[in-house]
Design a protein around this ligand. Sequence first.
Ligand code: ATP
Ligand code: MG
Length: 174
Amino acid sequence: DEYTILNKLGKGSFGTVYKVEQKKSNLFRAMKVISKEILTYQDDDQQFLKEIEILMKQDHINILKGYEYFEDNLNYYLITELITKGELYEYILNCDKIDEAQVRYIFKQLISVVSYLHKNQIIHRDLKPENILVDSVIDNNINIKVIDFGTCNFFKKGKNLNLQGGSPYYIAPE
Ligand code: ATP
Ligand code: MG
């Protein structure tokens, strides 16, 4: 009722992401449709999706901002800001070279995100170039947004989490 669904932006293991337009404001946003089946793949018996909770609460310039959500029996519908320049993965594939200063600039943002999350007792568990979007490129500096909090959770010091999560090519052997 409140958004017009435009085109598909991407698809992952649990969610499909669409470009949408908010009817009352004519603003473009992204909508991730997440099957409620994902709740059975978490490492605690959570009744509500951490991805929504965390994206709506967080306040960091390099983390995707969540605005609102809807739900029905099958899915959650998470409305977030729209990032238009694609995945860092594609960006790296398509450019001839990335120099050291550019990599350093990206990495600084990334560790700032990780530090912010860890200070707030949150682990992401699926950091990879497909889950990092290019927000803007200004004077050769690549500004990023970390997305996809589908495997994130809260941690407590001294308590292990046991979910076998992440993405095979990137996961740490341990
Ligand atoms: P995974 O398989 O990594 O678990 P997923 O199903 O959890 O993926 P996301 O990674 O959140 O889904 O989104 C899938 C893809 O959709 C992203 O890799 C990206 O290309 C695109 N996408 C997601 N959110 C946005 C956004 N806010 N703006 C633009 N594109 C987006
Ligand atoms: Mg993803």
